[in-house]
Ligand binder design. Structure first.
Ligand code: TRP
Length: 335
């Protein structure tokens, strides 16, 4: 607890460009939760170097992601929006927690298996202990809740196991965090293969709408979206997964219901429907893109946010870190 509020922690990697799926799925949830909780939203740049990055590109992407957090509606004066690498406690706690995590546990992580298959020439130790750094992120702030996608649930389970193990040895040091899985309707699928999630790492650029795509690109991608040969706009998951996905996108962008959407396009063809969905996305992203452009021009403001929030996060994390260091037996610093 900070004051009378529970603590929320979440983070995103600055690799790849954020998609409409990240926005309607994750970011919109973060914004919704931000009043209720004391929130830490990190740009987890330390996680990104587990796979090889171009330094200039990583730096630029990390800053852009931080601006996107703000542009999406997270008030940086109320929420702690910061770069993971600016707060030394993440690495320090991760080291300690590494000594409380078993090789066997980490070997079972499906993301490790996937990523090591994909980057077979660079299976580094950081890729292996990635979930421990994630546990450190969360436990450092005594987070009560962690909004995550299904793909991160296994890492969150591990975080809970590590916290409970540590608490079992040393007493109640860590809050054991609960996952927060977003409500349905926000899961956006690939435009080219509606059985797959829309992903920022998809190799086919037509599969995803990126948040910074211009209107023409957005309209073109929707025109090419995979549908079916039934020719009717219906919410029929078995036979029309592509159309269902487009309906869900339209619903998320316009605030209409599925039923209203189906009624609105009764008797109309896919061409009209796709145009309407594309336009709803263009309108939805326009203010976001404008805010990012404003922030990009306003360097001093963004710098101030970065500095102040890093200090805030450093301060908030130092209490837990000191407690943990003492518990494991590190000599006290002489001040
Ligand atoms: N591993 C997460 C992902 O790839 C990102 C992440 C890092 C995270 N640390 C976190 C998410 C802490 C939630 C809480 O999506």
């Amino acid at each position: 607890m900070i004051g009378d509020k529970k603590v929320l922690f979440s983070g995103m990697q600055a690799t790849g460009n954020l998609t409409l799926g990240n926005y309607l799925g994750a970011l919109m949830n973060w914004v919704k939760l931000s009043d209720e909780y004391e929130c830490f939203y990190s740009v987890v740049d330390m996680h990104s170097i587990t796979v090889r990055q171009d330094p200039a590109e990583l730096r630029a992407r990390a800053r852009k992601l931080l601006m996107l957090y703000i542009a999406a509606g997270l008030d940086p004066e109320k929420n702690c929006i910061y770069f993971q690498s600016h707060v030394s406690g993440h690495a320090e706690l991760a080291w300690i927690l590494n000594c409380f995590t078993y090789m066997g546990e980490l070997s079972r992580m499906t993301q490790f298996k996937d990523k090591s298959a994909k980057h077979a020439d660079n299976i580094n130790a950081g890729l292996f202990t990635y979930p421990v750094l994630m546990a450190a992120d969360i436990l450092l702030y005594q987070a009560d809740v962690v909004p995550v996608g299904i793909d991160q649930m296994q890492h969150l389970e591990l975080t809970r196991d590590i916290a409970q193990r540590f608490n079992g040895i040393y007493g109640d040091v860590f809050t054991v965090p609960e996952p927060y899985i977003g409500k349905v309707g926000a899961k956006i699928m690939s435009l080219q293969d509606p059985s797959k999630k829309m992903s920022k790492s998809d190799e086919n650029p037509n599969a995803s709408i990126y948040l910074m795509d211009d209107p023409d690109t957005i309209m073109r991608k929707f025109k090419r979206a995979v549908t079916d040969s039934l020719g009717a706009v219906r919410y029929n998951e078995e036979e029309q997964p592509g159309i269902c996905n487009l309906i869900d996108i339209y619903v998320a962008c316009t605030g209409k219901t599925r039923e209203e959407t189906v009624a609105e396009f009764d008797g109309k063809g896919y061409g009209d429907f796709k145009t309407a969905v594309g336009e709803s996305v263009v309108e939805r992203l326009r203010p976001l893109q404008e805010r990012v452009a404003d922030l990009a021009k306003n360097k001093d403001y963004v710098d101030r946010i970065i500095k102040e929030n890093a200090e805030k996060a450093q301060y908030a994390s130092s209490k837990t870190l000191r407690k943990v260091q003492k518990k494991v037996g590190f000599p006290e610093k002489i001040r």
